[in-house]
Design a binder for this molecule. Structure first.
Ligand code: SAM
Length: 328
């Protein structure tokens, strides 16, 4: 398939007038390449303790108003068991960068939860090669870590004491170790240009992601970026749709942040190129405390509610693990 040029991507991202056509085209490409199944992943946010201080993030270390929590090993395993009993074939274990979960503890957790016959995605940030390797050997299948932006100057402004190059190298290690690789970006960061978003999309294609998560940046009131404007749902949907055109057979989630901007945000995303939903399986108490951005939907997962919404748009819930199936 012909790769879209950077100038064509910029034109598509900028074209508000014809966005409906773009969304329809992405929906068609999605249908032809990954079909009508929507894969559900049970999202478990197991700790909001973080050693980093990303300017945009509500659980940044410097937010002294955030009430911190951390599930115990047993609680986390029980939560995965619950997710498996609800019918999930994949769980996503996400947290701040919380080193309490060291290599040994995390390997124990992964080994315990693999007994539930479930695909395991980790989203716990930057670790050493040795840790990534041991998590993979313990049974982790996928890893999700957004590059956030490929504008290195912007990255270093927004993620103090972090290195873009190091994050990139982590993504390469993860891929080399045979994980399915998920990455992605935020749309609408301060000073982020459309050209930079186009470069982000080409970067995700270049590193060969199996999953691309694209969501709007939503300013959190207890962060240094509280007064920024944030991203719009429309530009986020256009970005996601172009991602689908660039990588027709990958998994693309309808992100929770889209739902925070509009009650039907995720359904719109599913009709503009997305094929994955990650319902939160935590208790509402934990959901509230894992506040990356405001207005996050705090709702218990109900298989019947989501099934109905999915059915209403003519789609079905996938019954398998929902891995990336390469078409080329
Ligand atoms: N610590 C892990 C990591 O670094 O990948 C996973 C947790 S991190 C909080 C998950 C993602 O939340 C980030 O990659 C970022 O894209 C997103 N995020 C954080 N703050 C946000 C905000 N204010 N608006 C939208 N997304 C946000």
């Amino acid at each position: 398939m012909e790769v879209l040029s950077k100038s064509k991507i910029i034109a598509l991202l900028s074209d508000e007038k014809n966005e409906q056509q773009l969304w329809q085209q992405a929906d068609k490409v999605r249908q032809e390449n990954v079909g009508d199944e929507i894969h559900l992943r049970g999202l478990i946010e197991f700790s909001n303790i973080c050693r980093n201080n990303c300017l945009y993030c509500g659980i940044r270390k410097g937010n002294r108003f955030a009430l911190r929590y951390r599930m115990s090993e047993e609680e986390l395993i029980l939560t995965v068991k619950k997710a498996s009993q609800m019918g999930f074939k994949t769980v996503v274990l996400q947290s701040g960068e919380d080193l309490y979960y060291d290599q040994a503890r995390f390997c124990r957790i992964i080994e315990a939860i693999k007994k539930f016959d479930i695909a395991v995605t980790l989203s716990i940030g930057e670790r050493t090669y040795e840790e990534y390797k041991s998590f993979r050997e313990a049974g982790a299948d996928r890893y999700l870590m957004r590059i956030e932006t490929t504008d290195k100057d912007l990255y270093h402004k927004l993620d103090p004491n972090m290195s873009w190059q190091h994050r990139y190298e982590c993504l390469l290690m993860i891929k080399e170790l045979g994980y399915e690789l998920g990455s992605g970006i935020m749309v609408g960061l301060p000073e982020q240009s459309i050209e930079s978003i186009a470069e982000d999309l080409l970067f995700l294609r270049e590193i060969g992601v199996d999953m691309a998560g694209i969501g709007p940046f939503i300013p959190h009131p207890q962060t240094p970026l509280a007064k920024e404007q944030g991203g719009t749902l429309a530009l986020s949907l256009r970005t996601m749709a172009v991602m689908r055109l660039l990588m027709p057979d990958i998994n693309i989630p309808a992100t929770t942040a889209m739902e925070s901007l509009h009650p039907e945000g995720r359904i719109q995303a599913l009709q503009a190129g997305a094929n994955v939903v990650m319902p939160n399986v935590n208790s509402s108490e934990y959901m509230k405390l894992y506040e990356l951005y405001p207005n996050k939907p705090i709702e218990g997962f109900s298989q019947s509610d989501i099934a109905k919404k999915i059915e209403n748009i003519g789609r079905t819930i996938g019954k398998g693990y929902g891995s990336h199936k390469h078409k080329e």
